[in-house]
Design a protein around this ligand. Structure first.
Ligand code: G
Ligand code: MN
Length: 228
């Protein structure tokens, strides 16, 4: 499990991290999650991988909390398949209790496309998790599955702008889209984090638009947990 820091772009402070699975293969070296996630999604094994990553993240937070060390919130990904499992809430809550982790230190990232089908049950589940104190983050926002009207009542605390928003940010039309999307989300009182910030220009523009937090290679790449 690797962690990629999230930063405040104005101060450079690390405000949190996202736990990400990495596969270090003995012969093939690093295998990209883009290559193996679709495969394990297909056979359902992604559920086990989710649980493995959650557990590692909770364990780390619990250990640091117990030792009185500094902690920042860590978010974990909930795969689409898992978001629609009934026992998911119990599983996450149970891990928090087992490892003695305050729920406000854990963000749960659900991809935007996971929100778009079977929404009522999913909304209820997300709301239960929020009631327990976890925060819910919508991942990959803007990639094409959202309906804007849903934003009015979606049970999310944080929205992660998909990195596609930042492609060709020098283009005037792209700037209109980013500026107004960030403005709308700020007005709706959801916290916005930009994904995939790779240049100073992108960072400067986002700050101008009112988006202050980011995750991206310009700041940090995902790194081994010990290093984080
Ligand atoms: O969508 P999600 O938040 O799960 O995406 C995290 C993935 O995005 C990780 O695999 C991470 O390596 C990748 N990522 C993070 N920052 C950047 C970036 O600045 N550029 C690109 N191309 N990928 C990034
Ligand atoms: Mn994510």
């Amino acid at each position: 499990v690797y962690i990629q820091p999230k930063v405040n772009m104005e101060t450079g402070a690390i405000i949190g991290g996202e736990a990400l699975i990495r596969w270090r293969h003995p012969e093939l070296g690093m295998i990209s999650p883009m290559d193996f996630i679709p495969v394990i999604e297909k056979d359902g094994f992604i559920i086990n991988v989710d649980v493995y990553v959650w557990n590692e993240a909770f364990k780390m937070l619990g250990r640091r909390q117990a030792a009185g060390k500094k902690v920042v919130p860590i978010s974990v990904n909930i795969s689409r398949l898992h978001a629609h499992q009934d026992d998911m809430v119990k599983c996450i809550r149970g891990m928090g209790i087992e490892h003695g982790v305050s729920p406000d230190l854990v963000g749960l990232e659900v991809t935007e496309s996971g929100f778009s089908n079977n929404t009522t049950v999913l909304f209820e589940r997300m709301q239960q998790l929020r009631d327990f104190g976890f925060s819910v983050h919508m991942d990959d926002f803007g990639k094409g599955h959202s309906t804007l009207t849903m934003l009015k009542n979606e049970p999310v605390d944080v929205i992660k702008l998909d990195r596609d928003f930042l492609r060709q940010i020098e283009n005037a039309k792209n700037q209109v889209v980013v500026r107004n999307t960030v403005g709308m989300l700020n007005a709706l009182d959801v916290h916005v984090i930009a994904e995939g910030v790779e240049t100073q220009e992108q960072a400067d523009f986002l700050i101008q638009c009112g988006c202050y937090d980011a995750q991206g290679f310009y700041y940090y790449r995902p790194m081994p947990m010990e290093e984080f």
